[in-house]
Ligand binder design. Sequence first.
Ligand SMILES: Nc1nc2c(ncn2[C@@H]2O[C@H](COP(=O)(O)OP(=O)(O)OP(=O)(O)O)[C@@H](O)[C@H]2O)c(=O)[nH]1
Ligand SMILES: [Mg+2]
Length: 328
Amino acid sequence: MFESLTDRLGSVFDNLRGKGALGPKDVDEALREVRRALLEADVALPVAKSFIDKVRERAVGQEVLRSVTPGQQVVKIVHDAMVETLGTTPAPISLAAAAPVVIMMVGLQGSGKTTSTAKIAKRLTEQQKKKILMASLDVRRPAAQEQLKVLGEQTEVATLPIIEGQQPVDIAKRAVQAAKLGGFDVIMLDTAGRLHVDEALMTEMADVRAVSEPHETLLVADSLTGQDAVNVAEQFHGRIGLTGIVLTRTDGDGRGGAALSMRAVTGVPIKLLGTGEKLDELEDFAPDRVAGRILGMGDVVSLVEKAAETIDAERANKMAAKMKKGQF
Ligand SMILES: Nc1nc2c(ncn2[C@@H]2O[C@H](COP(=O)(O)OP(=O)(O)OP(=O)(O)O)[C@@H](O)[C@H]2O)c(=O)[nH]1
Ligand SMILES: [Mg+2]
């Protein structure tokens, strides 16, 4: 995941690392490369633009510190801006509502909704000892409900019994009833996808939402989708209101731009990452770790940490010197 962006920025920073001082020309040269890298990684144009503006504003005119190289300074600015864009704090799934708490999974066809439903149910069962009921509202694809039933058996999570011919809204109502009667903590509603966002899908999602009043509405999005991911996220968010994003297939050679763009455009936090087909291949989304991945994994992260330490120390020294002179 995010490999091309990583490579790209890696070579930019290699060029910068050799320099002693950083003029405005250097900043612009570096930012041109960063911008190109973002666009190549399928980051949406407006997102890339505002990201670059944010970085430029911070980089130009910043005092050159003696103890870190200009390259390190820029790495840190880009890294911090990226963490901010991705979301500064991790956002776990919230169950802070009256039981049964409803989690509704939405997204395009094949994005990984059903798999992610089972993964989340498994995790909440194992880690939080929650009693979960999964229900498939997918009456479009033959055997879709059967697929969730099988996943339920594999994960030992209960699934709502299938009633042939029942429609999504009625299945949702039945799931809520069954969960109340059965003393379940959480209901996970797995919905049907479409190839594209269309009116029929949105109406169906809005109707299901109205009867089940989900506490979490999670958009499941394939990290391999490029520019279109932003439109999909915007449309779902505008119509039914999202509380989080689950980014799947991050184990593939996706280019990472989708994550950055969806978060920046909708403001909806990315909550979880799907990292494989297996049911325990689910990870918390940690913005600083992902930014580190985008910027070049371990070495950049430790570089940033070192830069931060020396920057802090140098600032503290300057401050102390000023105080001594009675300038405060
Ligand atoms: N490598 C990888 N494969 C995944 C991941 N998540 C889901 N898949 C695979 O993607 C395929 C589609 O997943 P589903 O969960 O059925 O997708 P869906 O959104 O429910 O699909 P529809 O119900 O047809 O809209 C399956 O083969 C999954 O195993 C992931 O994080 N990594
Ligand atoms: Mg499905």
